[in-house]
Design a protein around this ligand. Structure first.
Ligand code: SAM
Length: 251
């Protein structure tokens, strides 16, 4: 059993386990969409559509948590784009969570990553020919400001804006923007107007990602994207004049 004073494992509706954080009073994934499905459908697959022409990609996984987004990325690119070089960087505040993940009941799809999971929870680093993963134990906000390369993909998968607002403010997304290539893409499960507004105020274009097997999510980019339905932000703003994006000073 993975449970401790701060976490309780929970079975989600796709049959994979996620966990409940007693500190944040929130699950690490949507229990309705399922931990593995959420990673694939809201992050890994939509983002992968925009990096076909790149030989090497750099991904920011905000934040490592149980590591589903990172591990699902390895699974997906190893299967469909094995020649592509994939470098994943993932900040995470909770060092003891990362250490405990050797005992997490991961889905059978991650069985082949046993040695990856062990290396990441003990060393915080894993590398092989075309893939590398680096976990940074500390604050994501500081990490982004100091990161020297630029990201092609950002998985924005923090706890919810109401629970962890500091990772959803206008200033936070300004730093995210600076850390991304201009043709980079950001994915998030959040469809909240405040989240979209904070992105829009930083020059991101917003798109709706929807499908039969998951609840809708958001894709954002600084360059126009194909494949997804545009979110008409000017219309939404005109209908929600009183709503403000989250700001650092208020959280
Ligand atoms: C929703 S979970 C991430 C789930 C993860 N993407 C996965 O696939 O398992 C959010 C994570 O953010 C971490 N966190 C919260 N505030 C943070 C901060 N300021 N910097 C880095 N990590 C933070 C929490 O400890 C938690 O593990």
């Amino acid at each position: 059993m993975f449970d401790d004073d701060f976490h309780a494992q929970t079975l989600s509706e796709d049959g994979t386990y996620t966990a409940y954080s007693k500190e944040y009073n929130e699950h690490y994934h949507s229990t309705k969409d399922g931990a593995l499905q959420e990673s694939f459908y809201k992050h890994v697959i939509p983002a992968s559509k925009f990096v076909n022409n790149k030989e090497s990609i750099t991904i920011l996984d905000i934040c490592y948590g149980l590591g589903f987004n990172t591990l699902a990325t390895l699974l997906y690119y190893k299967k469909y784009f094995p020649q592509k070089k994939v470098h994943i960087y993932s900040p995470e505040l909770d060092a003891s969570l990362v250490k405990s993940l050797v005992n997490f009941p991961y889905p059978k799809e991650f069985k082949e990553f046993r040695s990856v999971i062990e290396a990441l929870s003990t060393e915080g680093y894993y590398s092989e020919e075309n893939f590398s993963v680096e976990i940074f134990i500390g604050d994501a906000r500081e990490y982004i400001k100091n990161f020297e390369d630029r990201f092609d993909i950002v998985y924005q998968d923090a706890f919810s804006p109401s629970t962890n607002p500091i990772l959803w403010t206008r200033e936070y997304f300004a730093d995210i923007k600076k850390s991304m290539h201009t043709d980079g893409v950001l994915t998030t499960y959040s469809t909240a107007f405040k989240t979209r507004l904070a992105l829009y105020e930083n020059g991101f274009m917003l798109y709706l990602n929807r499908g039969d097997d998951f609840r809708p999510s958001t894709v954002a980019s600084l360059s126009p994207l194909e494949f997804f339905e545009v979110v008409d932000m000017e219309h939404k703003i005109s209908c929600n004049r009183d709503v403000k994006s989250l700001r650092d000073a208020d959280v």
